[in-house]
Design a protein around this ligand. Structure first.
Ligand code: FAD
Length: 391
């Protein structure tokens, strides 16, 4: 990689910022273009698996995560009708030891802020919505909605589930509605006595599944209720829902769940759509990352974790690339070869992760995803490269 190489990342979500931070850390000239007028993340809480946290630690965020995130001690499955304990999976230090890094729950805004802090402000350009791009043998020209244009050596589409770059690269698609939507929000932990903010909870009933986990150092809970809903709602963090929808979905449920419903204020809805894995992510100068590359149902809690893995993998491949256009093309091809099979497996597994009943959930979930949580994409790439060099 030469000093004249410039990488343009479209989208300052968790994936785009993680990629830019990993590239910047390796001395690569990177610019992020975000359509929003300010840098902010809309969602509520999220899970960070050890596969994601080990990479965030190496980016320098261990201390910040320690302060803002929570390391849940356990996941408890509770009966939906009376809240009694069905099964308990110890997490905390047990999982940290097993997977080599902690499993954390964090407010998305906190993680987003941490990632943004790893980049000089001049590298992130807000109010720049990509509308088109042209790729030639010499590089990529980016065109924005405000009429401006810029050039880069390579383009990374980290522009989310409705990606403009994906549409251009892979064509139109047919998202399939899953029949469910996710109702979600935040409540003050003090407003839900009976739920301990050092733990995660799952209540799985016949018509809905409720996941509750602590964020913001344990001061708040995020809840996610996956329940059937008619098609027609948006796939967006900003789409509002009625409190009555939440209340109706959980009518007659355990007292802890009813208290949570009582404490909920601003309820949001994300309609859950499924998409087939892409057959191709990259050309010689353009590639995709995060939800733009592999939009997935959220049942494994892995979309953002996979986006972070993508970002670090891309940075490793580009940092090791030979100079010039052929070097960039080879790096993007290597990135795709490493990431696409892995994320395809996660994407397809996430489809099946949605339908578990109570009791089965904990053990199956831990067994199902251990190969995902144990993965160290950065180390495996370096191991592969040192093997290549030795051969
Ligand atoms: P996004 O976060 O969508 O970011 C894309 C960015 O690109 C945005 O800032 C957008 O404004 C910008 N943009 C879009 N178009 C343009 C354009 N044309 N020009 C410039 N900028 C543009 N994942 C987990 O890992 N753990 C969880 O616990 C988890 N829970 C989830 C729960 C639910 C209900 C859902 C729906 C998803 C969940 N996910 C979870 C998935 C996770 O939210 C996503 O995978 C992740 O946010 C994707 O990040 P991204 O950066 O690829 O995309």
């Amino acid at each position: 990689m030469t000093t004249t190489t410039t990488i343009a990342v479209i989208g300052a979500g968790i994936g785009g910022l993680a990629a830019a931070a990993a590239l910047h850390r390796r001395g690569i000239d990177v610019h992020v273009y975000e359509r929003g007028d300010t840098l902010r993340e809309q969602g509520v809480g999220m899970h960070l698996g050890p596969n994601g946290t080990r990479l965030l630690h190496r980016l320098g965020l261990a201390g910040e995560l320690e302060r803002a995130a929570v390391r849940p001690e356990a996941l408890e499955v509770r009966a939906f009708h009376d809240g009694s304990l069905v099964a308990r999976q110890e997490m905390g230090t047990a999982w940290e030891r097993a997977f080599g890094a902690p499993y954390l729950t964090v407010h998305r805004g906190d993680l987003h802020r941490m990632l943004a802090s790893l980049l000089p402000a001049a590298r992130v350009h807000t109010g720049r919505e990509l509308v088109a791009y042209e790729e030639t043998r010499k590089g990529v020209t980016l065109r924005f909605a405000d009429g401006t244009a810029t050039r880069a050596s390579a383009l990374v589409g980290a522009d989310g589930v409705h990606s403009v770059v994906r549409r251009s690269l892979a064509g139109d698609e047919q998202p399939l509605y899953s029949g469910n939507s996710a109702l979600r929000g935040l409540v003050d932990a003090a407003g839900v006595p009976g739920l301990d903010p050092t733990q995660m909870y799952m209540f799985a009933g016949p018509t809905a599944r409720v996941l509750v986990y602590p964020v913001s150092g344990g001061r708040q809970f995020t809840y996610v209720v996956v329940a059937p809903a008619p098609e027609g709602h948006a796939e967006s963090w900003t789409s509002a829902a009625e409190h009555a929808d939440l209340s109706a979905a959980l009518d007659g449920w355990a007292p802890q769940v009813r208290r949570l419903v009582g404490a909920a204020r601003d309820v949001r809805r994300w309609a859950l759509y499924d998409r087939a894995p892409l057959r191709r992510w990259s050309t010689a100068r353009t590639t995709l990352l995060g939800d733009a590359a592999h939009p997935m149902l959220p049942h494994h809690g892995q979309g953002a974790n996979q986006a972070i893995e993508d970002g670090v993998a891309l940075a490793v491949c580009l940092a090791e690339a030979a100079p010039g256009g052929d070097g960039i093309a080879a790096a993007l091809a290597r990135y795709e070869a490493v990431r696409r099979p892995h994320t395809t497996r996660v994407q397809l597994g996430s489809r099946d992760g949605g339908g578990r009943g109570p009791g089965k959930g904990v053990r199956d979930q831990a067994a199902d995803v251990s190969w995902i949580l144990a993965h160290d994409v950065e180390q495996s790439l370096y191991d592969e490269m040192s093997g290549d060099n030795a051969a």
